[in-house]
Design a protein around this ligand. Structure first.
Ligand SMILES: [Zn+2]
Length: 332
């Protein structure tokens, strides 16, 4: 039995047919977890679709209406890069509900995974790059609205820049966004995150992991400085429970969202970095250790992954679960 919950639904399948996005991966990861006894059926939770009220905290009425009624223009479908279907829309709503559930479970258990989601290219008024609804943003806004969190840190390690995340949270000091990505890759342009680390092509494990450690340290340091004015007074509970912890009264985010894309892998069809499976597993451990050592709850979504062999993508994502188990079992 795992020390945390895995959020999964058969409805996460985006109904894409023969497409570079392997929507079947969600189901395959679940099967691998069960077959290899990494998790039992009791470790899985089934999400409900996010209520429109939650979706509308991030997305425009017009975009939501178009998605729900199938009234996207040909140009909008082209930009989305996935074929429109009611099942696709259902999958996005379910993924947003799943991310909200994962964030809530992370607050309760310290950690939780949403298998679906990580749709970081979705903007308030349009979708692109396989992403129509920004599930992570929906979950953060839902928890903020309910007073469950005040602040959050988004750590986006998908190979592609988190342009939707940057656009949604730009100018909002309650959410610090870190994106570490391949610079010479989609999307163009890249609206600024709070901290962007644009990597050169073919970046290796060693360089990547060193830059990741530096970026995380910088993100926590800057969060402590930039979010401190949000907190009413040192030692008091801030926006819905923001905490000041440790020596020197340093503020830490109430929640970390980790987008653990499998696409920095060297065999990825849509990525151009040179990470190995071992390097990616080390990456995961670094992020989990950063959360655990600061006692910050962490929610994880798998985001992208387009390895030539879908089994490689499935293995990399499953390894992320194992890395979390390694870090959080010992501290449970
Ligand atoms: Zn990606």
């Amino acid at each position: 039995m795992l020390a945390f919950k895995l959020i999964y639904s058969d409805g996460y399948d985006l109904n894409l047919g023969d497409h570079v996005f392997p929507a079947v991966k969600y189901k395959l990861i679940r099967e691998k977890c069960l077959a290899e006894k990494i998790a039992g059926p009791e470790d899985f939770l089934e999400p409900e679709a996010a209520p429109d009220e939650d979706i509308l905290r991030v997305h425009s009425q017009e975009w939501v209406r178009k998605l729900k009624t199938g009234k996207l223009s040909p140009a909008e479908v082209l930009r989305l890069e996935v074929p429109y279907s009611p099942q696709l829309v259902r999958a996005f709503w379910l993924s947003a509900g799943g991310s909200t559930l994962a964030a809530r479970r992370a607050l309760a258990d310290g950690c939780s995974f949403n298998f679906g989601g990580g749709f970081h290219h979705a903007f308030p008024d349009h979708g692109e790059g396989f992403c129509a609804i920004h599930d992570v943003a929906v979950s953060i806004r839902a928890l903020q609205a309910r007073g469950a969190i005040g602040t959050a840190l988004v750590v986006d390690l998908d190979v592609h820049h988190g342009n939707g995340t940057a656009a949604i949270f730009g100018g909002d000091p309650s959410v610090f966004t870190l994106s570490m990505h391949q610079e010479n890759n989609y999307p163009y342009p890249k609206p600024p995150s709070d901290l962007d680390v644009g990597l050169p092509d073919f970046t290796s494990d060693e360089t990547y992991l060193r830059l990741l450690r530096e970026a995380l340290a910088q993100a926590f340091e800057r969060f402590a400085k930039e979010a401190s004015p949000l907190l009413p007074e040192a030692g008091a509970s801030g926006l819905g429970g923001s905490r000041i912890t440790g020596h020197g009264a340093r503020a830490t985010p109430d929640l970390i969202w980790y987008l653990a894309g499998a696409d920095p892998y060297q065999e990825d069809q849509l990525g151009g970095l040179a990470l190995t499976k071992e390097g990616l597993a080390e990456r995961d451990s670094i992020v989990f250790e950063a959360a655990r050592s600061r006692r910050i709850p962490i929610a994880i979504t798998f985001a992208g992954g387009y390895a030539r062999q879908v089994q490689d993508t499935v293995t990399i994502h499953t390894n992320t679960i194992l890395a979390a188990q390694g870090v959080f079992r010992s501290s449970a």
